[in-house]
Design a protein around this ligand. Structure first.
Ligand code: ATP
Ligand code: MG
Ligand code: ZN
Length: 290
């Protein structure tokens, strides 16, 4: 970790009809057109990588259908609420985190009606004491949205004041065009898409390390070019990524010297470059509009 050299990231513009949150300079939503593309794994490793670059980072698990961030960060138990109103986020691997999974029984299938789910989540976002008790706040809050592009996803994209979104895809999506649905959803609610992340792009053999492009190479690049978006990076399909996720230690933390960890850090750097191109807000953490 890079605590000796903190990275202060200024706040950037959010949707025109929303106000930025007082303790969070930038919210980045992670979306996908469909489930199972590795969105939560990517969000978790990306959050840890951003923290390693020196940013103060939070990770909000907004996936009410299957909250998986607690497992991926190796957290259990309940967060504290000293004043009975606000909640202190949990901490793991240099990242502050909050999940609906901390507040309901594990293994309880979450059957929420839309309005219930979205209000529970906006409450979780607003009532968590992000960024500690001082006036430092968070540089970045990564939000793992529920997969897909239904009403709940749309409402969240509409209600959370985000600086930008990132879409996670797999090479198969190139054919199915699922990522395109996510792109359309964000466009509809005026959320700028900062880029695409291609996950499971190539297979790295755990025996000999040889690389195979299961679905052909260059799919992520072609897709990004088609949509006119930056490709923030291509991440390998690697057993260690799944194993470490299951074990509660993200690969970026467990195998920091591995090429896959370097790939996540490169995605984090590219994301910050794209964020920097967005219009800035003026002021302290609570940033008012310019
Ligand atoms: N790059 C990768 N290499 C190997 N396994 C991966 C990779 N990315 C994700 N996985 C594995 O694939 C499975 C699905 O990943 P994950 O839960 O992150 O997807 P998701 O898009 O968040 O799914 P859901 O739609 O259920 O929320 C997990 O078992 C995870 O460990
Ligand atoms: Mg998930
Ligand atoms: Zn091999």
């Amino acid at each position: 970790m890079n605590i000796s050299n903190p990275l202060r990231i200024p706040p950037h513009a959010v949707q025109p009809n929303l106000s930025p949150l007082p303790r969070i300079r930038n919210i980045i939503a992670i979306g996908s057109g469909k489930g199972g593309v590795g969105k939560s794994t990517t969000a978790t490793n990306l959050a840890v990588a951003l923290a390693d670059l020196g940013a103060r980072v939070g990770l909000l698990d907004a996936d009410i259908y299957g909250p998986s961030i607690p497992t991926m960060l190796g957290l259990s138990g309940r967060p504290d609420s000293p004043d009975g109103k606000s909640i202190v986020p949990m901490q793991a691997h240099g990242v502050e985190t909050m999940s609906i999974g901390f507040l309901v029984e594990q293994d309880t299938p979450m059957i929420w009606r839309g309005p219930m789910a979205t209000s529970a989540l906006t409450q979780l976002l607003n009532e968590t004491r992000w960024g500690g008790d001082g006036d430092e706040g968070l540089d970045i809050l990564v939000v793992d949205l529920p997969p897909g592009t239904g009403d709940i996803q749309l409402t969240l994209a509409q209600k959370i004041p985000v600086a930008g979104a990132v879409i996670v895809t797999t090479p198969q999506d190139v054919a199915t065009l699922d990522a395109r649905k996510a792109l359309k959803m964000f466009e509809k609610v005026e959320v700028p898409v900062l880029g695409l992340i291609e996950n499971m792009a190539q297979h790295v053999c755990s025996n000999c390390g040889h690389v195979e492009h299961l679905f052909g190479s260059g799919g992520g690049e072609r897709m990004a070019a088609t949509y006119g978006l930056p490709l923030l990076g291509s991440l390998p399909l690697e057993i260690a990524i799944r194993e470490q996720g299951d074990a509660g230690v993200p690969l970026v933390r467990s195998n920091p010297e591995s090429p896959a960890a370097e790939a996540y850090r490169n995605v984090a750097r590219r994301l910050l470059e794209e964020l920097e191109k967005r219009p800035r807000l003026r002021g302290g953490i609570g940033a008012s509009l310019v």
